[in-house]
Unconditional design. Structure first.
Length: 76
């Protein structure tokens, strides 16, 4: 596992440590979980986009021929 060094204002770190303690965890575990979710979200979005494109390619619906013109639609 790799180490990561970040710079955080002292008051934020103190508050984060207290909240982590209240939740029965550590700031390290919170950051690790956040980074995992952050990277998983990107992967999930990419998979969803690929699935939409795949469904689009497989769709059987077609545009067909229109029996109207733009002027017909806007006729008053």
């Amino acid at each position: 596992m790799a180490n990561l060094t970040i710079t955080v204002p002292e008051e934020i770190l103190k508050s984060a440590r207290q909240r982590a303690l209240d939740q029965g965890t550590s700031v390290n575990a919170l950051l690790r979980d956040y980074l995992r979710q952050f990277t998983d979200a990107q992967s999930t979005q990419a998979k969803a986009a690929e699935r939409v494109l795949e469904l689009s390619r497989k769709a059987r619906a077609r545009r067909g021929k229109t029996g109207w013109t733009r002027d017909d639609l806007h006729q008053r």
